[in-house]
Design a protein around this ligand. Sequence first.
Ligand code: GLY
Length: 400
Amino acid sequence: MKKQFITLLLLAPLLLSCTESEQQRRQFLHNNIAFAAAQVKRALAAIDSTGKVLNPVTLKDDGSVYYCGYSDWRSGFFPGSLWYLYELTGDTAFLARARRHTQAIEQAKALTWHHDVGFMVGCSFGNGLRLTGDTAYARVVVQAARSLSTRFRPAAGTIQSWDVTRGWQSERGWKCPVIVDNLMNLELLFEATRLSGDSTFYRIAVSHADRTLKEQFRPDGSCYHVVDYDPATGEVRSRQTAQGYADESVWSRGQAWAIYGYTVCYRETGNPAYLAQAIRTFEFMKNHPRMPADLIPYWDMSAPHIPNELRDVSTAACIASALYELCTLHIPQAEAYRTYADRIMASLASPAYRAALGSNGNFLLMHSVGSIPHGGEVDKPLNYADYYFIEALKRAKDPI
Ligand code: GLY
């Protein structure tokens, strides 16, 4: 008894400091959730003043907010943020708004001319379904999966990302471009099989994940942005970039999509090869000699003027969210990965990256990069950076 008492006495400072740091962690999450809720309420008030149901994406060069239509690949992120804020705060004002902004992009379910319906419908209707069980949302998810499946190219075993008959994509000589981002659309297919019982969606997702695993990665664990296939023979025609600095460079957001995407694929299938790839790509980024001390990656880790290159906050937010899920998957690195994610979140929540209330067009985070080669959203807020930041807050608060 005496011995136990002495042990307790000796451990007391340690226990006390654990409790203290747990309290700090809770306070950090509480403060950031409160900030996110307040900032998004301002964004909603600005939308209300127009009398329309607008969908904020980023800031234009003149400082005004750019709002998108349903067919923009980023149309699901703002509705998705509203669902997460409802979940995090219990404030039913967010529920009503989440429903309205989700409904406003329903047409996305029939979109077949690009691959991003997974982002669009998954973040909006998918989260709505998760939180309300609304069967109408389930129907939208399944229809969107059907639309996405029309882009499956059996010879290549992959889903074609972009059409090559329109826009700048038509100028690259591609036949069936697949971008690493496409991994993010697979969650919708897994969900659609669960909802409909039709295993076609699951099989397409696995085929795409397997071929991407084989073709899109370098021996060091980093990934190419674009792999172009011959849709007739399934052969790889080239490995290139669209949004990175160079074909052989490390476009940071692509690495984030791969880490997040294969984490989801492992969760859905239990295939350890997917988990291994998520970890390999994350370790590559974590150990990259050019990773800044605050863990907010450069837009491309091979960009020529580092350290005088822009950071990409959207990459950091996506990696943090993926890590919070990764560390629930019974991996030996769980504690280290959680600590790494916490460090990213601390940086994102600092004044260097988190906007002041009422500034930044009412977006949460500053300093993301859309696409430098296309001159789009360079050093701007982006709704997907905000979405993954809020998702990461949720996952940090209530591990999945
Ligand atoms: N999926 C497009 C991007 O990451 O910019």
